[in-house]
Design a protein around this ligand. Structure first.
Ligand SMILES: [Zn+2]
Length: 206
């Protein structure tokens, strides 16, 4: 800020603390806050300093100093940023790392200014889908032999529509004209698959 802007800021301070304007004062403040713009946030920082609740052990009248302005201005801007991370939107697939840093910095600046609204990052809550939870419950169990039915928690079989291999399909069909291999369905004389295994095959399995 310029010395003239510092004078305006000190004018805002004197409304709270009755300090007397001085040429040295405005020069000193302009030097101390030379990197800070004399914007709404800077003036708000003065108001916040004087309106903040008294701290434990705080005695005497408050007297704002340049470092207070700096601290409160940062706080005001951080409040706008909140515990949010602005969503990263890739606008240009050819964006380099340094391009991104520049754009990201501008984005954070815009949010701190209040010119852009951050998109809160949603916290992921809740457990896995019940079907997945049941599968997870099976983790660590002994792996069944290949011929056995896989282990499935109660109800899971029905939920995923798992069709267990019927016993008769575990053996080949002995009937002439069919001779379906194990795990293959029985066939009609025309080569179509039968919904039911041949009686001979059921007998063989039994
Ligand atoms: Zn058959």
């Amino acid at each position: 800020m310029t010395p003239d802007e510092a004078a305006r800021l000190l004018g805002a301070c004197s409304a709270f603390d009755n300090r007397q304007p001085s040429e040295m004062g405005k020069q000193a403040w302009a030097a101390a806050l030379r990197d800070l713009p004399a914007d709404d946030d800077t003036f708000e920082a003065v108001a916040r300093y004087y309106s903040a609740p008294a701290q434990p052990g705080e005695t005497g009248r408050r007297w704002i100093e340049p470092h207070h302005v700096r601290t409160w201005r940062t706080k005001i801007r951080e409040e706008r940023l909140g515990a949010t991370i602005p969503a990263y939107e890739p606008r240009n697939p050819n964006e380099t790392g340094s391009d991104f840093v520049l754009r990201r910095r501008a984005q954070l600046h815009a949010i701190a200014d209040g010119r852009e609204t951050p998109i809160p990052v949603g916290e992921l809550t809740g457990g896995p889908h019940p079907a997945v939870a049941r599968q997870l419950a099976a983790v660590g169990r002994e792996i069944p032999d290949e011929d056995e039915q896989p282990y499935m928690p109660a109800g899971f079989r029905e939920e995923i529509g798992y069709a267990a291999t019927p016993p008769e399909l575990r053996v080949p069909c002995p009937k002439d004209g069919c001779r379906a291999l194990a795990r293959q369905p029985c066939k009609t004389p025309h080569g179509r698959r039968r919904t039911e295994a041949h009686q001979a095959r059921k007998d063989a399995a039994a």
